[in-house]
Ligand binder design. Structure first.
Ligand code: IMP
Ligand code: MG
Length: 174
């Protein structure tokens, strides 16, 4: 099966904005070391390009969570790959996500990471679907705000496919 897709944010726009975010983070941390905490799997592509453009001391940690919609729509987050306390405690953490939708994943992760006593926790997302929020959440760094559309590419999947596209696209249902 081959879905019809339409480009929403092209490669050049993505890379330009990622450079700006990397600089913004660098300036905010004022020379202090940063730990980029990438949320697998979706944020892998974004994290790589963000770090390649980050001109400062930094390291990489990864965490994996799954989100489920319960029958009563409460939503449930399950931790699949945890972080190690020694890599978080006393450090400046920037959680890197592909997209904020309901806000549940970020809310869960910020609380989870705060339990490890970091020096500070900031949140960074490539895409933000504000209209879909279920829990109140605003990321510190946002690449692009988008409408309530299902998007794929650059790490984001549709049934585990399309993560390899170098741009963000919409699946057309016609
Ligand atoms: P939240 O907890 O609802 O904010 O969920 C965010 C997660 O849902 C993201 O990390 C993605 O994995 C997934 N997600 C949300 N919207 C999309 C989309 O449009 N395309 C692909 N994945 C999405
Ligand atoms: Mg994700």
């Amino acid at each position: 099966m081959k879905e019809k897709i339409q480009i929403l944010i092209n490669e050049e726009e993505l890379q330009k904005r990622i450079k700006e975010i990397a600089l913004e983070i660098k300036n905010d941390f004022n020379g202090e070391e940063v730990v980029f905490c990438s949320v697998l799997k979706g944020a892998v592509f974004f994290t790589v390009d963000l770090m390649k453009n980050y001109d400062g001391d930094c390291s990489l940690e990864c965490v994996r969570v799954s989100s489920y919609e319960g029958e009563n729509s409460t939503g449930k987050i399950t931790l699949k790959i945890p972080l190690k306390k020694e890599n978080i405690e006393g450090k400046n953490i920037v959680i890197v996500e592909d997209i904020v939708d309901t806000g549940r994943t970020f809310k869960y992760l910020v609380e989870y990471i705060k339990d490890f006593n970091p020096k500070c926790v900031k949140t960074c997302t490539l895409l933000d679907k504000k209209a879909r929020r279920v829990v109140q959440f605003d990321a510190d760094y946002v690449g692009f705000s988008i409408d309530d559309l299902f998007v794929i590419g650059y790490g984001l999947d549709y049934d585990e496919k399309y993560r390899n596209l170098p741009y963000i696209a919409i699946v057309k249902n016609d």
